[in-house]
Design a protein around this ligand. Structure first.
Ligand code: PNS
Length: 159
């Protein structure tokens, strides 16, 4: 059985995230999508809401599970016996950050390796921060957000 962890903030989940999850789900027997804390980002949606939205977006993928974890990624993978992390890469800036994270995570957990998947061309410009900004201005989010979670995102920004 091969299992990977796809970690992220998912604040909120985007079509770019779903694309990476779908592709990982074809490569691994099980994909654990982990909502983790990024200390460099101030959260918009609660962790519970992010998990809920991810579950809705992934409900048709039977080998995908979604959980939240409050600690270090390296510790999470040790605790769960997971040896592969999957991350999406949109551009060179992403690549630099991902290389750094992959090296640090490997240093903290030598059993762990990171697989980087290039974002599909149609998702190359999508980010959760861009979705939040567009939502705050009332823009059409259908090209960026999975249809299953669109009502949740709109509801959060209609207040
Ligand atoms: O979606 P993001 O914000 O790019 O995801 C980054 C995330 C959450 C995967 C990263 O910040 C993380 O791994 N957080 C958990 C704490 C941790 O292990 N930090 C060290 C990373 S080298």
């Amino acid at each position: 059985m091969t299992t990977c962890l796809y970690p992220g903030s998912f604040d909120p989940v985007t079509l770019g995230h779903v694309d990476i999850i779908c592709r990982a789900a074809r490569m691994f027997d099980t994909v654990v999508v982990g909502v983790l804390h990024n200390p460099e980002k101030q959260g918009c949606f609660s962790v519970e809401k992010r998990v809920d939205m991810l579950k809705k977006a992934c409900r048709d993928m039977k080998n995908v599970e979604v959980i939240a974890y409050g600690g270090l990624l390296a510790q999470m993978t040790k605790d769960m016996g997971i040896r592969t992390v999957v991350r999406g890469v949109r551009n060179v800036a992403d690549l630099e950050n991902e290389m750094t994270m992959a090296r640090i995570n490997h240093q903290l957990n030598p059993d762990l390796d990171t697989v980087l998947l290039p974002a599909s061309p149609e998702n190359q410009e999508i980010s959760a921060s861009m979705v939040r900004q567009l939502a705050s201005f009332g823009a059409d989010l259908t090209p960026f957000v999975p249809p299953e979670v669109l009502p949740d995102v709109l509801a959060a920004f209609s207040k």
